[in-house]
Ligand binder design. Structure first.
Ligand code: AMP
Ligand code: MG
Length: 351
């Protein structure tokens, strides 16, 4: 529920009592965006909406503010952050584009911005090591959510922002999700409504000869390959195997507290209180669903965009029900299906 109190009132109230679950959510009015931008500029932390998931932002050039993000999320220092900018022309402030081949490829990817694509490039020294986990590369994105764009513009600084959730839990797709998890630790959460896409951005690296998808998302491998007019690799880390995952490729991620299993048509019916999440509601007949404590169809007819947008909030809802098990449906790993299956595989990876 967005708070209607203005930024000024909010400051006055919060001086007298610790921010509670209502106080920290601010409507995305121009005044509140200006207030949040000012906080970012002076080293503060702001949670804000993007079209993918809600982000937890700090001035990317302020190492202390960035350290605060890692502390709040309990995120390992080895997991780098994506820098959010308002305009592709600002990329040069944080990335080294002296290699003409990299510059050309970046230009070819311009058509996806503003949007749910993060590109990994050689970094400039101005970017603190804390942001990139000591890597010589930096990830950049121009989000398309109007509140994110307005906030970044008004702040006048590059904004480092991971998803606004405790490390390895499900990413937030509403302002209330952020408050549910981090309400005690974040003093400004801008409310921009539910996220349109609902899955984290596609991450593509341009630091090697063959471009590599490090994390599948709404911008598909197929469309990136077409834009670059070249073969694009799918990172091995994203198939949830291998002993030494790269940054952000941890096998177990995006996990509810409740155990999650991928649905297998041939396996025996699980016992106990079980929730079932279907991707395509029309593929499951009523009778076979009666044994489940809860049944949620992400889409009535297998529309993957709709399914993606509801996936995280549905997992959160079932996670609150105290179930013994959540069984999730599967889909083809093509197009957006690759991103959905990537998240589901990781959510079910707990040993
Ligand atoms: P999050 O913002 O929580 O969705 O996660 C950001 C993800 O972006 C990381 O976990 C990595 O997968 C990826 N990333 C960010 N910076 C880099 C980088 N320099 N090299 C490779 N991957 C990166
Ligand atoms: Mg994250």
């Amino acid at each position: 529920m967005p708070s209607l109190i203005s930024a000024n009132n909010w400051i006055r109230i919060s001086r007298f009592r610790a921010p509670n679950k209502i106080d920290v959510i601010l409507s995305s009015s121009p005044e509140n965006i200006a207030h949040a931008a000012k906080s970012l500029r002076s080293g503060g932390i702001v949670a804000f909406p993007t079209e993918t998931v809600y982000g937890l932002g700090a001035n990317a050039l302020d190492a202390q503010a960035v350290a605060e993000i890692f502390r709040i999320k309990r995120r390992p220092a080895t997991d780098p952050l994506i820098i959010h900018l308002a305009d592709p022309r600002e990329i040069e402030l944080v990335a080294d584009l002296s290699n003409p081949a990299v510059r050309r490829r970046l230009q070819q990817l311009n058509r996806f911005w503003p949007g749910p694509l993060s590109v990994v490039l050689p970094k400039k020294t101005a970017v603190p090591d804390a942001v990139t986990a000591g890597l010589p590369s930096v990830a950049v994105r121009i989000p398309r959510h109007p509140v994110a764009l307005a906030l970044i513009k008004a702040s006048g600084v590059p904004v480092a922002a991971p998803s606004a959730n405790p490390f390895s839990y499900i990413s937030p797709t509403t302002a209330q999700h952020v408050v549910d998890n981090l309400g005690e630790q974040v003093s400004i959460v801008l409310d921009g409504g539910p996220c349109e896409i609902g899955l984290e951005s596609t991450v593509i690296s341009l630091t090697s000869e063959v471009p590599e998808i490090l994390r599948p998302g709404a911008i598909t491998l197929e469309s990136i390959s077409k834009a670059l007019d070249t073969r694009v690799m799918r990172s091995l880390g994203t198939v949830a195997q291998g002993a030494a995952p790269g940054p952000g490729m941890l096998r177990e991620h995006y996990s509810p507290h409740t155990k999650v299993e991928l649905w297998d048509r041939s396996s025996r019916a699980p016992s106990g209180r079980v929730g079932f999440v279907s991707i395509n509601g029309s593929q499951h007949d009523r009778a076979s669903l009666e044994r489940y404590e809860a049944f949620r169809a992400l889409s009535a007819d297998g529309d993957l965009e709709e399914a993606a947008s509801k996936l995280f909030s549905t997992l959160r809802e079932l996670d609150r029900m105290g179930l013994d098990l959540i069984v999730v449906d599967t889909c083809n790993r093509e197009g957006l299906g690759a991103a959905i299956m990537d998240r589901l595989t990781r959510a079910s990876a707990r040993s």
